[in-house]
Write a protein that binds this ligand. Structure first.
Ligand SMILES: Cc1cc2nc3c(=O)[nH]c(=O)nc-3n(C[C@H](O)[C@H](O)[C@H](O)COP(=O)(O)OP(=O)(O)OC[C@H]3O[C@@H](n4cnc5c(N)ncnc54)[C@H](O)[C@@H]3O)c2cc1C
Length: 500
């Protein structure tokens, strides 16, 4: 079943279909090419690769995990300009990774998947996109979980007389010079945007529902001498990666609510705020009312000082409604604005991509997950044969690099494919009981962490079940221990032999 536009496409019918060309899809493609097959296609709805780093171009966008670690282990980069690289540089890095691996011939842009249906007769996935239909034995979803902007349901926002934009869909044509600007949200994007635009706007109002914990960023530029050393000696980068990784792991002890570590983390964040804010009233407003680690701990050296500027107002309540050009907070204060910037995050626990994937009985992943998302080893789902999810349920981290998690998952998928080839299995499908046990185990672990016991509401939590279904509730290295090596035990009974 090949649509007109894919009739002549040599990759319309392949072994493996990957959907999404961010770090997950590109990393998977590189490893497949190197280890297994050329019979794969990467479908991407946008007109270029890059995922988060293509879509997020707001002023100040940069990573929060030091770049030497926030990169693939198989392609370290001696050229990072600074410890926390700007978004544009990360995007260029990912393009280079794809170019070096000659992935171009596998990429199909402008190919937005509208459905993926498992066809039990042919034992293949049928993927319908805006660029035609593709079929493959395996489907790898690499559609991300910080991909689709979350737009708050604020009465009157549709009738706002000025301009509204989400931080992840920044419009560079919107001139902020001399404008009255409202920023909604105090998460990772907001604390990067606010210092980057405050000096050019006439007035900036920041609507803060909840104060975040923020620690010092301690960013710096790499010198030419350091870069030279990295070029000459890749081991030096590996050593730096190791030390950054284990520093991140150390910080997880606080999220596990170990009292001494918790106290140390709390002290570090609060003393950072106090060192930058003198006004006791402002300090009060900026002091979080929940336990550290419950939400993402942010990094910034210029956010607090920006709030002390004369042209910046911290409104300590959420944006409640918009009356034409006036934004009104839940505390009843109104501000006349020209531009509203929504730094309100992403659709996380109810992934739009889950509505597009139909498993063995026609059920969608969203239906299968109607009371919360889960996947065995964070990667496979019962009822969805030959489907692998990268960076889906139970993979998000607040304390370390997501690329580490994605790479562990890629190893798992490669292990599963090797096993299926070696044992001549047509179907790789996990048992329902294994998926359930795994989800229960993670929930039990999450209950020992600030994620569930920190007294906050966060984007990690699914309001339908109160569980932290998006997050990996443990040290990052334990994800690799648990999830990087494929063990066929919970799959064997489900599998069907090729040609049987
Ligand atoms: C502003 C920002 C800062 C971040 N900073 C950090 C950080 O410091 N450290 C960290 O570890 N993580 C960070 N992250 C998380 C980041 O998302 C991941 O690290 C990583 O980039 C995820 O890669 P991905 O490929 O899984 O998903 P994405 O990058 O989201 O890529 C998914 C791709 O799938 C495509 N797609 C989606 N739906 C479809 C469809 N239906 N059809 C076709 N294509 C589709 C999208 O267009 C996109 O290109 C940050 C995220 C954001 C948004």
């Amino acid at each position: 079943m090949i649509a007109a536009s894919t009739k002549t496409d040599p990759l319309a019918d392949v072994d493996i279909i990957i959907v999404g060309a961010g770090f997950s899809g590109i990393g998977m493609g590189v490893r497949l090419k190197e280890q297994r097959t050329d019979s794969f296609v990467i479908l991407e709805r946008a007109d270029s690769l890059g995922g988060s780093w293509r879509d997020n171009t707001y002023p100040g966008v940069a990573c929060d995990v030091p770049s030497p670690l926030y990169s693939f282990s198989f392609q370290t980069n001696p050229e990072w300009s600074r410890l926390f690289a700007p978004g544009q540089e990360i995007w260029q890095y990912l393009q280079k990774v794809a170019d070096d691996a000659t992935l171009g011939e596998h990429l199909r842009f402008g190919a937005e998947m509208s459905s993926a249906v498992w066809d039990g007769d042919s034992e293949r996935w049928v993927v319908t996109t805006t660029a035609g239909t593709f079929t493959g034995r395996y489907l790898i979803s690499a559609m991300g979980h910080l991909t689709d902007p979350k737009l708050p349901d604020i009465p009157g926002i549709g009738e706002f007389s000025g301009t509204v934009m989400h931080s992840a869909r920044w419009n560079p044509d919107v001139d902020l010079d001399g404008k009255r600007v409202g920023v909604v949200g105090t998460g990772a994007s907001a604390i990067q945007v606010v210092p980057s635009i405050a000096s050019k706007v006439e007035h900036l109002v920041l609507f803060q529902r909840t104060a975040p914990y923020i620690v010092a960023r301690q960013d710096f530029e790499f010198t030419e001498v350091q870069k030279k050393q990295f070029r000459r000696d890749p081991d030096a980068i590996s050593e730096l990666r190791q030390s950054i990784f284990w520093l991140g792991e150390y910080s997880f002890a606080a999220r596990r609510l170990v009292p001494a570590y918790l106290e140390e983390a709390r002290r570090e964040a609060l003393s950072h705020m106090q060192s930058q804010i003198e006004d006791p009233l402002l300090r009060d407003l900026l002091t979080p009312d929940y336990e550290i680690g419950c939400k993402r701990i942010l990094r910034s050296d210029d956010f607090y000082p920006t709030l002390t500027r004369d042209n910046v107002t911290l409104e300590p309540s959420a944006l409640a409604r918009v009356d034409s050009g006036r934004a009104v907070s839940s505390a009843g204060r109104g501000f006349d604005l020209d531009v509203l910037i929504l730094a309100t995050g992403f659709e996380t626990w109810d992934l739009p991509s889950s509505y597009l994937i139909h498993g063995r009985n026609g059920e969608t992943l969203a239906e299968h997950w109607s009371s919360g998302m889960q996947a065995y080893n964070s990667t496979t789902v019962h009822g969805f044969p030959n489907l692998f999810l990268l960076n889906g349920p139970a993979t998000s981290l607040g304390h370390n690099s997501l690329i580490f998690m994605i790479e562990a998952q890629i190893d798992y998928v490669l292990g599963a494919l090797r096993w299926a080839d070696a044992s001549r299995r047509a179907i790789v499908e996990v048992e329902e009981s294994a998926e359930g046990r795994y989800a229960d185990l993670l929930h039990a672990q999450a209950q020992e962490t600030a994620l569930l016991r920190g007294g906050c509401d966060s984007w990690y939590l699914d309001p339908r079940n109160g569980k932290a279904t998006l997050s990996w509730p443990n040290f990052a290295h334990s994800f690799r221990d648990q999830c990087a090596t494929f063990d066929p035990a919970p799959y064997a009974d489900q599998a069907v032999e090729l040609g049987a």
